[in-house]
Design a protein around this ligand. Structure first.
Ligand code: ADP
Ligand code: MG
Length: 699
């Protein structure tokens, strides 16, 4: 089996190997230029690629093609067309042109646009992204595309990501040239997203309205056992899970997704998959594919894959760690310290640039991970807090301290070529120091942004990171560009020193879960944006609008539209959750509880009828208790229903989101508390849906 993996890998991808084989030499070269140097692509080239793509796809059993894009719904979107073209006399050929490859016209009116596009101009375009390879899935050729409106506004998550990668490359190259790396032509951002998920039994899942409609449990008493034994993390894979993971790996490998690591996670029924890192936009596409295949393969195994950030109360939720770095076209990882002083200086410049970027745009980073689901995790003692800070580790912090207090340079004059080598390699061997509580941690040769929820596209956080770092590098370049070569190292040192002094407040190597840190962070003036409605308005703060418009990532209109889409998405999510909860209460929970009350009543009446002495106070006490809890649930349900109506009537999107967060969520909690307590008493056979015990421990 393992012999076949190199053949299996990428077998359904129109990748470099196939292109070299199938495309005329000049066409192949033109396409590579587009991919590597961002050159525009001519229609003749597109035509030739289309022919080769279609032939290859048909050989592999494809009958259809689709432009595959990432609208603001959070999912991917596709509309399939067959290659079939009638040529008269009842005959058809399989045809596909360059025009069809490079441009599609899905009706855009039903995708969220946040008011960007009036319905009378519902036209939207999808445009081929040649930098992310096409692939075959279920008999259809998938062509990764960007999605924009008739007037060119981005309506998706790919367009701004590509723009952010370009601006970062441009600014990084300028700085690298100043620092002496004149051979560098471009810089790519790399991402390795570690993906967490839960697996539950499909039949059990189908019986729970909350899971079916919202992806998380809205009611449910904790099982006798949770994650307190710490026996699931890295535990032996059960055979059903192992079979699932095995097939998932194979499916992903066929699609060219380099799935690498798999293991059990902390919570029962929780697992993780990590790929080998890749170029940012490919990694984003691959993460979308991974999430999709996780669900699809689960179905074949009688399982359901839950990607929600908080499927179960009382145990850990799921996140996604976004490992991020920058690599030059000459193969240097800019966050790898290297062993020569020159490279170390370069490394320090980029390291410090990231620190400044994270401090300057901490609010945007927080916004980029804000969602109703993720609000249940951030700040809980299982995920990094909502405060954005950086973990560097002691030794790297020491290096920055020495820059700040001048000892770095002093040492440097004494032993000019040694200093970097003497100080820096040491911390590299020692980065085993892991701080799991930090939202943004340096891990040896990359940063790991850990605030992402498991369900979101990794595009957003990387758009922010790339653009923020590009902005800082732009400032560095402006400051250094007019220095002569002899002055430059002094100027670089001054710049590093000043930047470290200004931004060290964002560095925190301690335990991010403590209350002391919350207080300390407030003293340092760091943001603590707890819930999504607190965070989102910062997206359109003037400084952030300036950042994105200066770098041509978004126009102001695009930003406002995204802001509205995010707010509305948040409110809609909570609205559906509240309705699902009410439905579950009325159809499942309350009838079950009433049946139990009736049982208790008839037991008591029966005994009293025979002989009052037979009825113990225990039975009456139980009846009173359950009755009280159920009354509280009834009352809570009425309040929730009333508030939901009110929520729907609020027209201002921010006000509405706040109402959902402050009122509706609280109402739901007020129902859940007595309902879960009551569930603890209900006889198993009365509860019409599986409890936590069954969900978490049956696979
Ligand atoms: P861990 O964080 O558990 O130590 P690894 O260091 O192996 O695990 O990496 C976790 C993820 O980071 C993997 O997806 C890996 O491919 C990715 N990664 C490693 N190097 C880079 C890099 N230079 N840029 C982006 N991601 C990277
Ligand atoms: Mg990791």
């Amino acid at each position: 089996m393992s012999k076949k993996i190199p053949e299996l890998y990428g077998s359904l991808v129109f990748g470099d190997r196939v292109m070299r084989e199938k495309l005329p030499k000049e066409v192949y070269r033109a396409l590579r230029k587009t991919i590597e140097e961002n050159r525009p692509l001519g229609l003749e080239v597109a035509n030739a690629v289309a022919v080769a793509m279609k032939e290859w796809a048909v050989e592999h059993g494809a009958t259809h093609y689709t432009h595959w894009f990432q609208p603001m719904t959070g999912n991917t979107a596709e509309k399939h067309d067959s290659f079939l073209t009638p040529i008269g006399h009842g005959e058809v050929i399989m045809d596909f042109s360059g025009k069809e490859l490079i441009k599609g016209e899905p009706d855009a009116s039903s995708f969220p646009s946040g008011g960007l596009r009036a319905t009378f101009e519902a036209r939207g375009y999808t445009a081929w992204d040649p930098t992310s390879p096409a692939f075959i899935k279920d008999g259809t050729l998938y062509i990764p595309t960007a999605f924009c409106s008739y007037s060119g506004e981005a309506l998706d998550k790919k367009t701004p990501l590509l723009r952010s990668m370009e601006t970062l490359s441009k600014e990084a190259v300028k700085v690298l040239h100043l620092l002496g790396s004149t051979d560098v032509k471009s810089v790519l951002t790399t991402i390795g997203p570690e993906q967490e998920y839960f697996l539950v039994d499909k039949d059990l899942y189908a019986k729970r309205r909350d899971l079916v409609f919202t992806g998380r449990t809205l009611l449910g008493a904790m099982a006798p056992k949770g994650q307190e034994m710490e026996d699931h993390y890295f535990g032996t894979l059960k055979s059903r899970v192992s079979a699932y993971m095995h097939e998932l790996d194979e499916e992903l490998w066929k699609l060219g997704v380099p799935a690498k690591t798999k293991h059990n996670e902390v919570a029962p029924a929780q697992h993780e998959l990590a790929p080998v890192f890749d170029t940012a936009n490919i990694a984003v596409d691959h993460n979308q594919l991974t999430m999709e295949m996780m669900k699809k393969v689960a179905d074949r195994h009688g399982l359901v894959c839950l990607l929600h950030e908080k499927p179960f109360e009382g145990i850990n939720g799921s996140g996604k760690h976004n490992n991020w770095s920058m690599i030059t076209n000459t193969g240097t990882n800019l966050l790898y310290p290297g062993s020569t002083p020159r490279e170390n200086i370069q490394f320090l410049v980029f390291l410090v640039a990231v620190i400044k970027a994270v401090d300057d745009y901490a609010d945007l980073l927080r916004v980029s991970v804000a969602s109703a689901g993720n609000d249940h995790r951030l700040g809980a003692n299982e995920a990094p807090p909502a405060i954005v800070s950086i973990f560097l580790g002691d030794e790297l912090t020491e290096v920055l301290d020495s820059i700040e207090n001048g000892t770095f340079l002093a040492k440097r004059e004494a032993v000019p070529m040694e200093i970097g080598a003497a100080v820096i390699p040491r911390f590299f061997k020692d980065t085993t120091d892991r701080n799991r509580t930090s939202p943004f941690a340096f891990t040896g040769n990359k940063f790991e942004f850990r605030m992402l929820g498991s369900e979101i596209s990794v595009s957003g956080p990387n758009i922010v990171l790339n653009t923020a770092v590009a902005q800082v590098l732009r400032g560095f370049y402006e400051e250094l560009k007019d220095t002569s070569e002899s002055e430059r190292s002094e100027a670089v040192y001054d710049l590093l020193k000043r930047t470290v002094t200004q931004h060290k407040r964002v560095i925190f190597n301690g335990n991010g879960y403590t209350d002391e840190w919350v207080e300390e962070a407030e003293k340092r003036g760091l943001y603590n944006l707890k819930a999504t409605p607190d965070a989102l308005p910062h997206f359109i703060d003037e400084k952030n609008v300036k950042l994105f418009t200066d770098h041509h990532i978004f126009t102001r209109e695009e930003m406002v539209s995204r802001y509205v889409i995010l707010l509305e998405g948040y409110s809609k999510t909570l609205h559906v959750e509240a309705k699902a909860m009410l439905s579950m209460l009325h159809h499942d929970f309350l009838p079950a509880a009433e049946r139990y009350i009736a049982q208790l009543v008839s037991v008591i009446q029966g005994k009293t009828g025979v002989d009052p002495a037979l009825t113990s106070t225990a039975e009456r006490k139980r009846l009173t208790k359950i009755n009280e809890l159920v009354q509280a649930v009834y009352e809570g349900a009425d309040v929730l229903a009333e508030h939901l109506e009110k929520a729907e009537g609020i027209s201002d999107p921010l006000e509405q989101a706040k109402y959902y967060q402050q009122v509706i969520l609280q109402d739901m909690q007020d129902i859940r508390t007595p309902a879960d307590e009551a569930e603890g008493y209900l006889p198993q056979e009365l509860l019409p849906y599986p409890n936590y015990e069954a969900l978490l421990f049956s696979v």
